[in-house]
Write a protein that binds this ligand. Structure first.
Ligand SMILES: C[S@@+](CC[C@H](N)C(=O)[O-])C[C@H]1O[C@@H](n2cnc3c(N)ncnc32)[C@H](O)[C@@H]1O
Length: 363
């Protein structure tokens, strides 16, 4: 089986660092240009919307920049230390970005229209909405058709990178070290027998990172959105290694046997769930994980982590239509993990994300 090449074999360390900084800056420049375009369009076409969005204070902006730099430094260090190959640092769907950018701008017109009519659960009539939990049928991020159309799936990665100032993948990669570390418990097994599931895998960005890091493990991904899974299938078939098994299912009831997986990950899911669903997903994660197995979660920072960013957290749910976010920011996932039976909890913050690592006890 081919593995992802490690650029460090060919390129000196300092050059990789400079290249990585340049790469991150190019993603930020993309986001900056978009902000200029989007602000001008908003000011001209819907000035009443423009006045609603408050800019960050210079102090908060400065603190965010410091945290972003620190995240990028950790990302680069992890690659240098061999947690993942340096080539992962440069993985970005540029062709999709350029291909779908005009669509993203055109979509803004539809978003303004829905914003003015306060329509936050609007779907095209052709979209089959049966079988989904009510909480899911939302235009999260004001996204046209929520998570239920191919166009939404095509725009998603671009929108998320713009939202996070080019740091979305760097934030996702923070789960790789704890996952890899946790899987050490199963080092005696042939790697092909180690099973890792990414819960709510979306368009497959995290699976792509895990594949680059652990080229031989058996990978699985689940999500409720058929459109996002189609996109994930396309994105993951572009890289070396066996294609992950992707399954459309609610994370609250996973169709796997007890104790099936050695490692579980989940990125940016919990803030989009109501409280009871958060607990149900954690309980399911516990059930399908092997004793000794590891769960690594990445999601938004919470109120107690960063009082400096409280105003930003308060504004986020209304700017991006995130109906469960406010409750999420005060919810204790640590409590929920312990309640499910997880032990050895570790919690970290990086940039605007929070990470929980937890283990299922060995009986
Ligand atoms: C913000 S996106 C995150 C996607 C991906 N993990 C990432 O890193 O970009 C949230 C994802 O969770 C999925 N999702 C939301 N509720 C779900 C549920 N109850 N069961 C399974 N997937 C769910 C959505 O379809 C969407 O793909």
């Amino acid at each position: 089986m081919q593995s992802t090449p490690n650029l460090d074999q060919f390129i000196p360390e300092e050059l990789t660092r400079i290249a990585y900084q340049g790469f991150q800056e190019s993603k930020k420049a993309f986001g900056f240009l978009h902000k200029q375009i989007s602000d001008r369009l908003t000011n001209t076409i819907v000035p009443e919307q423009a006045t609603k969005s408050k800019p960050l204070s210079p102090e908060v902006f400065e603190k965010l920049q410091v945290r972003l730099k620190s995240l990028e430094e950790k990302d680069w260090q992890d690659a240098q230390n061999g947690v993942y190959p340096s080539s992962l640092l440069f993985d970005n769907p540029w062709s999709d970005f350029f291909r779908y950018y005009p669509e993203l701008c055109l979509d803004m017109v539809k978003i303004w229209d829905r914003l003015q009519k306060k329509e936050f659960q609007k779907f095209d009539n052709a979209i089959d909405r049966t079988g989904y939990p009510d909480y899911y049928l939302q235009n999260f991020h004001y996204q046209t058709d929520g998570y239920l159309s191919d166009m939404s799936a095509n725009l998603y990665d671009l929108q998320v990178e713009i939202l996070f100032n080019g740091a979305a993948d760097a934030m996702r990669r923070r789960i790789l070290a704890p996952l890899k570390q946790g899987l050490q418990a199963f080092a005696s097994l042939p790697p092909q027998q180690i099973k890792v599931l990414d819960i709510a895998c979306g368009t497959g960005r995290t699976l792509r990172m895990i594949r680059g890091t652990l080229p031989q493990v058996a990978l699985f991904g689940t999500d409720l959105s058929p459109a996002y899974l189609r996109k994930a299938n396309q994105v993951l078939s572009e890289i070396p290694g066996e294609l992950p098994q992707l399954l459309q299912t609610n994370a609250e009831s996973l169709p796997y046997q007890d104790n099936y997986f050695h490692g579980l990950t989940s990125v940016f899911l919990f803030h989009e769930l109501p409280a009871s669903a958060r607990q149900a997903v954690i309980n399911e994660a516990f059930r399908v994980l092997q004793p000794g197995g590891v769960l690594a979660i990445c999601d938004s920072i919470q109120a107690t982590d960063s009082p400096d960013f409280q105003e930003m957290m308060n504004n986020f749910p209304s700017i991006f239509h995130e109906p469960y976010y406010r409750h999420y920011t005060t919810d204790s996932l640590e409590e929920r993990l312990r309640q499910a039976g997880f032990i050895n909890l570790q919690v970290e913050n990086h940039f605007v994300s929070k990470y929980w690592t937890a283990y299922k006890p060995v009986v």
